[in-house]
Design a protein around this ligand. Structure first.
Ligand code: FE
Length: 187
């Protein structure tokens, strides 16, 4: 059972040092800060795990951090959803899949939201389709995982602080194992 966790942690160790999406922190720091914000907000364990692993697609698809500068959207949310759906239920994989849509949604419904996005986040927004149309926003709200996706999104946006001390990967091991509901199937 812990093999999955070892695999995930290995991925952070080997690829997590890369810069997070044009920000000043690494992928691993960003993941740990996201998860810690979820814990502090009193989120359920599935959402803490989703926060920790929401950018696993960045680590998996191996595309470098300059990708946004080159005008390419790596679709990391879909890569992440596919791998997480092999191990966990939709309560984890769906908020991860929707965390980019949640940014587009918040830009549409909260006038101040766009202004507080980082420069890198605004740049990627354009590649991701820009703010949702009113019709898209209504459809998004109907998704049962949209509330979790929006909560995850806000932690994601805040998890960009240089040098912040937060609990390490190992502290999430038991939580990840307890959330694992599936045996990977070969696709
Ligand atoms: Fe993120």
């Amino acid at each position: 059972m812990s093999e999955i966790v070892d695999e995930i942690f290995e991925l952070f160790r080997t690829r997590g040092r890369s810069r997070y999406d044009g920000e000043r922190i690494s992928q691993t720091e960003h993941a740990l800060q996201s998860a810690d914000l979820a814990v502090r907000a009193g989120a359920a364990d599935h959402l803490v795990v989703a926060a920790l692993l929401h950018d696993i697609g960045h680590l998996l698809h191996g595309l470098d951090e300059e990708i946004v500068d080159r005008g390419v959207d790596g679709r990391h949310e879909n890569v992440g959803e596919r791998v997480l759906a092999d191990w966990f239920g939709p309560e984890i994989s769906e908020p991860v899949r929707l965390h980019v849509a949640a940014k587009r949604y918040l830009c549409a419904v909260e006038p101040d939201y766009y202004d507080q996005l980082s420069e890198a986040s605004r740049r990627s927004l354009e590649l991701q389709g820009g703010p949702m149309s009113p019709g898209e926003a209504i459809a998004f709200e109907r998704n049962p995982h949209s509330i979790d996706a929006v909560r995850l999104r806000r932690w994601d946006d805040a998890a960009k602080i240089e040098g912040l001390e937060v609990p390490d990967l190992e502290s999430y091991r038991e939580r990840i194992e307890a959330q694992r509901t599936r045996t990977p199937i070969v696709r």
